[in-house]
Design a protein around this ligand. Structure first.
Ligand SMILES: Nc1ncnc2c1ncn2[C@@H]1O[C@H](COP(=O)(O)OP(=O)(O)OP(=O)(O)O)[C@@H](O)[C@H]1O
Ligand SMILES: [Mg+2]
Length: 359
C-alpha cells in the first residue's frame, strides 16, 4: 500500500556531511577534516560509523561517541546509530599532525600576519594577583565569546591549573601538546606536566626552552587571544616572550600601594626596553567592597602608574575573600560569584581591553 510518502533513504554521503559538524573536542576541528572517520555504512536507516581516535585511551572518547550519535540521529530517516572506535596508526597520526601544523604554519602566534592578540600579565612584584587576574580575565573574555588560551609562563611557580580547576595531564600526540580546557579557556602549564610536589630545578636556558615548547609545540587551535601569566620579577621570561612573540602587549598588575606601583613601573620600563607595548594597568586589591569601601592598601597607585605610563587603568578589582576562595576552589569568581563587584570588575577589564585593540 502506498502511504503517500516514501521513507527518506539515508545515504552514506548524508552521514559524512553530518559528521562534518562533529568536532574533536581537543583539536577543535571536524573529525572528517582530521580523517578520523574511517568508514560509514548505512542499511535501511541503520548507520554504523567507524571512527579513529588519535591515541589509545583518549580521555574524551565518550564525548566523541556521543557527539557522533547525537548528530547522526538528527538525519531524517535514521533509525539507529552504532559507533565503533579504533586507534590511528603512527603513520596516520603523523599525517594528522602534518595537516594540523600545515594549516597553522607552525604556531599561530609566530607568523607576522597572526591575528592572535597576545597579552602578558606581569607586575614585577610577587603576590599582587597576576595569576588571579589572568585566570579571571581569560574566563571573562571567553564569556564575551572570544577563543582564549592561557599560557602559564610561571614555570616554577605555576598556579594556573589550580586557579582554573584543571586536573590531569594534557594529551600529547607525538610531541604535540593539546591544551586542557575549562570554562571555555584552553590552558597549558608546567603544572600539568610535572608531579605536584616534584622539585624541578630550572636554569635560564631550560626555562627558555620550556616556554618555547609552550609557544611552538602546543596545538592551540584557532585563538583570538592568548594570555600569558608571567612569573614575578622581570628578566628572563620577558625577554623570551619579546623575542618569540614580538607583538605581545603587557598588562601591568599593581596594588594601590605606592611601593608596589614603583616596582610595577620598573616592570613596565623593562617591557619597553624589549619593545613590548604596555596595554594598560589593572589595580588589584583596590578597596574592600562594602557600603563604605575601605582602602586597605592605600590609594591611587594604579591611577598614578597608568598616568605615568600613558596607558589606561583598565580596572580596579576589589579585595574580596571570595576571589581568593574561588581561586582555591578552581572556579574563578567570574563563574562562581558572577554578580560580585570583583566579577563585574573583571568583566569590565575584559571589555575595556577588547574595545582598545590596537594593531
Ligand atoms: N582581589 C583579590 N581579593 C582577594 N584575594 C586576592 C585578590 N587577588 C589575589 N588574591 C589572592 O592573593 C594571593 C596571590 O594572588 P596570585 O597568586 O594571583 O598573585 P601573583 O601575583 O600571581 O603571585 P606570584 O607573584 O606568586 O605569581 C592568592 O592567594 C589570591 O587568591
Ligand atoms: Mg602568579
Amino acid at each position: 500500500m502506498w502511504l503517500g510518502r516514501k521513507d527518506a533513504q539515508v545515504t552514506r554521503e548524508q552521514v559524512l556531511e553530518a559528521l562534518r559538524d562533529v568536532q574533536d573536542p581537543e583539536l577543535h576541528r571536524s573529525i572528517v577534516d582530521l580523517d578520523m572517520v574511517r568508514d560509514v555504512r548505512v542499511r535501511d536507516g541503520h548507520v554504523h560509523v567507524d571512527a579513529l581516535l588519535t591515541i589509545q585511551g583518549c580521555p574524551l572518547r565518550q564525548v566523541i561517541v556521543e557527539s557522533i550519535r547525537e548528530r547522526v540521529a538528527r538525519i531524517p530517516g535514521v533509525r539507529s546509530v552504532d559507533v565503533s572506535l579504533g586507534v590511528m596508526s603512527p603513520e596516520e597520526r603523523q599525517a594528522l599532525i602534518a595537516r594540523l601544523r600545515g594549516a597553522e604554519e607552525t604556531s599561530p602566534f609566530l607568523t607576522p600576519s597572526s591575528r592572535v592578540r597576545v597579552l602578558a600579565v606581569g607586575s614585577g612584584k610577587g603576590g599582587v594577583g597576576k595569576s588571579t587576574v589572568t585566570a579571571n580575565l581569560a574566563v571573562a573574555l571567553a564569556q564575551e565569546g572570544r577563543r582564549v588560551g592561557v599560557l602559564d609562563a610561571d614555570v616554577y611557580g605555576f598556579s594556573i591549573p589550580r586557579l582554573l580547576g584543571l586536573e590531569g595531564r594534557p594529551t600529547v600526540i607525538d610531541q604535540m601538546i593539546v591544551p586542557l580546557e575549562r570554562w571555555g579557556v584552553r590552558a597549558v602549564s608546567m603544572g600539568m606536566l610535572v608531579d605536584r610536589d616534584e622539585a624541578v630545578i630550572w636554569r635560564g636556558p631550560m626555562l627558555h626552552k620550556a616556554l618555547l615548547t609552550f609557544i611552538t609545540e602546543v596545538h592551540w587551535g584557532e585563538l583570538d587571544l592568548l594570555l600569558l601569566d608571567l612569573p614575578p620579577g622581570t628578566g628572563d621570561v620577558a625577554i623570551t616572550v619579546a623575542q618569540q612573540l614580538p607583538r605581545a602587549e603587557v598588562l601591568v598588575v599593581t596594588t594601590p600601594q605606592q611601593a608596589a606601583a614603583e616596582v610595577a613601573a620598573r616592570a613596565a620600563r623593562m617591557a619597553h626596553k624589549v619593545n613590548l607595548r604596555v596595554a594598560g594597568v589593572v589595580e588589584n586589591m583596590s578597596y574592600l567592597d562594602g557600603p563604605t569601601p575601605v582602602a586597605v592598601f592605600g590609594e591611587g597607585g594604579g591611577e598614578s602608574l597608568a598616568q605615568r605610563l600613558g596607558v589606561p587603568l583598565v580596572a580596579r578589582i576589589p579585595l574580596d575573600p571570595r576571589i581568593c576562595e574561588a581561586g582555591d576552589a578552581g572556579e574563578p569568581v567570574v563563574v562562581r560569584h558572577p554578580d560580585s563587584a570583583g566579577a563585574r570588575a573583571f568583566r569590565e577589564a575584559a571589555r575595556h581591553l577588547l574595545a582598545a585593540r590596537v594593531t
